[in-house]
Each structure stands twice: as structure tokens, then as C-alpha cells.
Ligand binder design. Structure first.
Ligand code: ACO
Length: 438
């Protein structure tokens, strides 16, 4: 840690004419922070930062984002290079273990994923008690939480590195099987066991679609597209769900339960749930006959609750680099699969109109990762209500990497923000018979 702290540099803060100084922290890419961990002790003030927009909650060496320049790197490697040359399994290893694997390490990691792919018969039985209409994200978070019951060693807060890596491999492998079974259950089809001879992504598509009535061809292009999407989703530093995983894990909650909490955080429409919203929005524009300009107007009216889903980002103030890669992939797939999807045309027009609109320009709102990802998932045959589950499969290695980093950080402290109380002053209890009106 020593090399990233700016030796001796202090930031001065004045409170009621008294000056206090706090150490500066400078990251390896030059990001600057004020270490205010002694602020309250020295000044009796805390900081107030709704939505944590200016709060650095940790030091992290996993992912670097420059939101102004549109840069995203996992463990230093640009996302564009990983998207073009890596696989999801290799990228997972990179995130979780901090480096690209050697051939031997990759084989061992893949072998672990293969071993853990089948679900215990009792896990499969849980599906039968879940209503068919349950949202897939509810089932996914519940099933992941239940998994801790099948691997009791994961509950031990003193788990060693090897045990944690075992839990990590179990999760990465089983979440894929669970996701496929959630889909099979929703369409009333029997479960398809994993096939040892398939790669991670091919196996997922196999468990999803093999034997289905409508024809599905497991081809290389589909596998490649899925790898690409999962890589692009694999981590994004301190987003809402990764921060949730860290916060939940900080109370020494086991990895499975912490990830289940992350899945719930991802579900919301302002985060991972946006990909489902984007597709529903495009479909609504398509079927309602409403013009694109109408939609943009509704999303930009003062006090409007409507948002243009797939647009805007807390960190990116330029084009999301992931959206760029996905948009290109969309074109390639549409050509390769010979599909003619009117929704892509609508998305392109919507993007063009928004990028020319004063409201979006002044607020630096650009397409994010969710804007085009749904179109690819649709081409792959994945239904809209499964989109956020796909995001969760992709984000899993990132969550695990953050959980591990949080756990290894010293001093280990439970995450516990403070507040500014704005309620009533001391008020005496009034018995119910004496209470009137309000
Ligand atoms: N459509 C219309 N207006 C928007 C949008 C949008 N998509 N995004 C932001 N704005 C506006 C807000 O209304 C606000 O306007 P104001 O200044 O007039 O009040 C301004 O831009 C700033 O918005 P905030 O909500 O304060 O920005 P914040 O950084 O908190 O939120 C977020 C970021 C949640 C991603 C937001 O842009 C949004 O809701 N986008 C749509 C949902 C979405 O696509 N989420 C996926 C994000 S990527 C991911 O999680 C994987």
C-alpha cells in the first residue's frame, strides 16, 4: 500500500478558523483522495455525500475506470483487448486471482468449473416449490443463498484461501446451471444436465436450449457472442452491487450470502435491471407507434419520472467503452445470423436523437452497457426477463474479486456509514388512550 500513498502530502481543511490537515492518497493512475478517516475524531464533523458520489470506500487494485476518457481496464488490461482475445473463464481467473492464468492454471480452473457444474438433487428439488412466474432474479438470489447450506465450510469466517477459491469456482459454475434451470422451469421443460465436453458458454447454451421444441443451433458465433457479453459485464469497480457485496461481506457474511445480496442489488432498473427495461422500452416504441422524439420528450420533461433506459452513468461522462464494443458486435451478429430486427433500427435512431438533444448533451448522458446488450441476448434466444440474470452470471467474478479484496484488507472493519439525524427532538411516549388526531 505504501507506494500509492503520496508521501507526506497533506490536504488542509478549515473548520471555524481552525485548520486541520489530512493525508492525501494518490492512486497508481493519479486519482486523488483525502483520507478523512480521522475527520470526526479531530473535528467532530462527518461528511455528507448522498449516493456516495464523492466517497472512496476502499483501495482497490481490481478495475480502473476513467469516466471522462471512456477507459475501462481489468487488472490493468484494456477491456477492448479482453473482449477481442480472452474468454469469460480466463477473464474470471484474471479478476479473481489477479493475473492471467498460465495454460496449466487455466486447465485446473476449467476443470473445477466442470466438476461443479451439476446441481445436487436436493437443490433441484427446491425449484419445484418456486412459482413458475417468479422473476428469475428472485429465484437466482434465493438459490445462491441456499447453496451455502450445501457447502457448510463456506459459512466459516476463518475459511482459508483454498476454501474460498473452491467456493468461488462452485459459484461461477453453479450459477450458470441454476440460470439455465430457471429458464427451463419457466417454460415448463425438464432440466438438461451439463455436458463435460463443452466450454463454459457452450454448456450454458446447451443447458438452456437443448431439446427445446423450437430449433436451436449451438454454434460458434453464439458462444463467441456470449463470451463477449460476459467479459464486458465481469467487473465495474464500486458499482451498487459490488458495493453491496463488500458491505454485506464486511460483517463476515459468507461468500454465497454476500453474492445473493449483490444479485438483489443488481436487479433494480437503475442498475443491472436496465437491460430488461431497455428491451421493453424499444418494444413499446415499436408497438405503440409513438415516435422516438415523443419518447425523448417524455424522458426529458421537467419532473418526469421516465428515464431513457440504457443511457447515463454515474462514472462515464462519455461513451461507455463497453457499449461501443457491444454495438459493433450487434452489427456483426445481425449479419451473421441473418436477422432483421426492427428494434436495432429503433435503438440506433433513439441513440442518434438523444446524442443531439440538449438535455442529454448538457448532462453528459451517453449509451451505457445495457443499451445494446439486450439485442444480442435476443438474437441468442434469451428471453427478456432473463437479461438481468445474464448480467449476474457475467458480474460474478467481479463480485468475488471484491469480496476477497475486502476480506484481505487490513484493518478489517465492518462497513457502517453514519447519518445526520433530522427527526424529532426527544418526545415522551403518550399512551394510546391519550392520543388524539394525528
Ligand atoms: N434518462 C433521462 N434523464 C437522465 C437519465 C436517463 N437515462 N440519466 C440521468 N438523467 C438525468 C437526471 O434526471 C438528472 O437530471 P437533472 O440534473 O435535471 O435532475 C441528471 O441526468 C443526473 O442524473 P442522476 O440520477 O443524478 O445521475 P446518477 O449518476 O445518480 O445516476 C444512472 C446514474 C442511475 C445510471 C442514471 O443515469 C439512470 O437512471 N440511467 C438509466 C438507467 C440505466 O440505464 N442504468 C444502467 C446503468 S449501467 C449499469 O448499472 C450496468
Amino acid at each position: 500500500m505504501a507506494e500509492i500513498l503520496a508521501a507526506g502530502e497533506k490536504v488542509k481543511i478549515k473548520f471555524s478558523e481552525k485548520e486541520f490537515s489530512f493525508p492525501a492518497i494518490i492512486g497508481t493512475e493519479g486519482e486523488r483522495a483525502v483520507d478523512i478517516s480521522e475527520l470526526r475524531a479531530q473535528t467532530s464533523h462527518i461528511t455528507y455525500d448522498p449516493g456516495y458520489a464523492n466517497t472512496g470506500a476502499c483501495l482497490s487494485s481490481i478495475t480502473f475506470i476513467d469516466g471522462e476518457k471512456g477507459i475501462l481496464r481489468y487488472r490493468g488490461i484494456p477491456i477492448e483487448q479482453l473482449a477481442e482475445r480472452s474468454t469469460f473463464v480466463e477473464t474470471s481467473h484474471l479478476l479473481i486471482h489477479g493475473k492471467l492464468p498460465t495454460q496449466k492454471e487455466l486447465s485446473q480452473f476449467s476443470q473445477k468449473l466442470t466438476e461443479h457444474a451439476p446441481l445436487h438433487e436436493d437443490v433441484k428439488k427446491i425449484f419445484s416449490g418456486i412459482p413458475k412466474e417468479t422473476h428469475p432474479m428472485a429465484t437466482l438470489s434465493g438459490m445462491v443463498s441456499f447453496l451455502s447450506g450445501f457447502y457448510p465450510t463456506s459459512l466459516d469466517p476463518k475459511q482459508d484461501e483454498a476454501q474460498i477459491n473452491e467456493s468461488a469456482a462452485q459459484l461461477i459454475s453453479k450459477v450458470r446451471t441454476i440460470a439455465a434451470y430457471i429458464y427451463r422451469k419457466s417454460v415448463g421443460e425438464s432440466f438438461v444436465p451439463p455436458n463435460d465436453t463443452y466450454s463454459y458458454c457452450a454448456n450454458f447454451l446447451h443447458m438452456m436450449f437443448s431439446g427445446r421444441k423450437e430449433k436451436y443451433i449451438l454454434n460458434e458465433e453464439a458462444v463467441k457472442a456470449l463470451n463477449l457479453l460476459l467479459i464486458l459485464h465481469a467487473d465495474h469497480e464500486q458499482n451498487c452491487s459490488a458495493s453491496t457485496v463488500r458491505l454485506v461481506g464486511s460483517s463476515r457474511t459468507n461468500l454465497f450470502a454476500s453474492i445473493a445480496a449483490g444479485i438483489c442489488a443488481l436487479w433494480g432498473p437503475l442498475h443491472g435491471g436496465a437491460n430488461q427495461e431497455v428491451m421493453e422500452m424499444l418494444e413499446q416504441i415499436h408497438t405503440s407507434g409513438k415516435g422516438i422524439e415523443d419518447y425523448i420528450r417524455m424522458a426529458t420533461e421537467p419532473k418526469s419520472q421516465l428515464r431513457l433506459f440504457g443511457f447515463g452513468h454515474r462514472v462515464y461522462k462519455t461513451y461507455d467503452p463497453r457499449a461501443k464494443v457491444i454495438k459493433d458486435a450487434c452489427y456483426r451478429l445481425i449479419e451473421k445470423f441473418g436477422v432483421n430486427d426492427p428494434l436495432l433500427e429503433i435503438a440506433l435512431k433513439l441513440e442518434r436523437a438523444a446524442l443531439k438533444n440538449e438535455f442529454f448533451i448538457t448532462r453528459h448522458l451517453y449509451p451505457n452497457v445495457d443499451f445494446y446488450s439486450g439485442i444480442i441476448y435476443k438474437i441468442l434466444g434469451i428471453p427478456t426477463n432473463m437479461f438481468t440474470v445474464m448480467f449476474a452470471i457475467g458480474r460474478l467474478p467481479g463480485w468475488i474479486a471484491h469480496w476477497k479484496e475486502m476480506r484481505d484488507f487490513k484493518p478489517a472493519r465492518i462497513g457502517r456509514p453514519r447519518q445526520i439525524y433530522t427527526g424529532r427532538l426527544k418526545t415522551d411516549y403518550v399512551p394510546i388512550e391519550a392520543r388524539t388526531g394525528t
